[in-house]
Design a protein around this ligand. Structure first.
Ligand SMILES: O=C(O)c1ccccc1NCC(=O)[C@H](O)[C@H](O)COP(=O)(O)O
Length: 255
């Protein structure tokens, strides 16, 4: 699946024109995740559809969702900007930035320096880089370019091998372990439990995908995660604020 998405993305990049630059106060993803009021940091995701689950919500208001996520205690908002597979939009980033004071992570398949430029133009604070999408050396170049433009990166791995290749080149400040197998689409927090041991202590660790219960959160926290990235579980709920309260119930997580 990742190959199919990346092929579409390469096609889009060949047509990409930079939008007008949007200016917003910068917010640090890493700092915000470190000073959470919840038992661990929460990157709450705005995602209308996905390749694995199809359409999650017929219509969405990214600004209304972002406001509720902020009220619920999220540390950052992840905004899907890919249109083809996730029904996202690059315009959502600025809309969310105008609405909340949290850092905004642009979630897309970033493969080229031009997309890094675009990410800075649309007003994001941070962007995703996927280790499985390119060589570690190329990822490092995009990472350095992003930081030179004031953007932080969430660097995502799906396996021990990917993390090993990455660490041979550099140690990202924020590392995500994605619990979703991109071939089968199955998710399991045991991915985080397995790979977290290899994450250097100086990196901030985010467990991503397939987090649906307080027990999932308790397990990844115990494995060493500093934060979680949650999409579907929140997007499917009408009362997203209550959904955050239910997921992060202290007693369930700390038992
Ligand atoms: O969500 C998918 O189906 C998907 C398929 C292929 C590549 C990426 C995909 N998702 C991107 C994500 O990383 C998730 O949206 C994010 O981690 C949240 O996951 P979830 O809480 O399971 O919605």
């Amino acid at each position: 699946m990742l190959e199919k998405i990346l092929a579409t993305k390469r096609e889009e990049i060949s047509q990409l024109q930079l939008p007008e630059k949007q200016y917003f106060p910068k917010k640090s993803l890493k700092a915000s995740l470190q000073k959470t009021s919840l038992p661990l940091g929460l990157i709450a995701e705005i995602k209308q559809a996905s390749p694995s689950k199809g359409v999650l919500c017929e219509t969405i208001s990214p600004t209304a969702i972002a406001r509720v996520y902020e009220e619920g205690g999220a540390s950052a908002i992840s905004v899907l900007t890919d249109r083809t597979y996730f029904q996202g939009d690059t315009a959502y980033v600025a809309e969310v930035k105008k609405t909340v004071s949290l850092p905004v992570l642009r979630k897309d398949f970033i493969l080229s320096p031009l997309q890094v430029e675009e990410t800075a133009c649309i007003g994001a604070d941070a962007m995703l880089l996927i280790a499985g999408a390119m060589e570690a050396k190329q990822l490092h170049e995009l990472y350095e370019l992003a930081y030179s433009k004031g953007l932080e990166c969430l660097v995502e791995v799906h396996s021990e091998e990917e993390l090993e290749s990455l660490l041979a080149v550099f140690t990202p400040e924020v590392i995500g372990i994605n619990n979703r197998n991109l071939k089968t689409f199955q998710t399991s927090v045991s991915q985080t439990e397995q790979i977290a041991k290899m994450v250097p202590k100086e990196a901030l660790l985010v467990s991503e995908s397939g987090i649906h219960t307080p027990d999932d959160i308790a397990r990844v926290k115990k494995a060493g995660a500093n934060a979680v990235l949650i999409g579907e579980q929140l997007m499917r709920k009408d009362d997203k604020r209550q959904a955050i309260i239910d997921l992060f119930s202290e007693s369930a997580i700390n038992q």
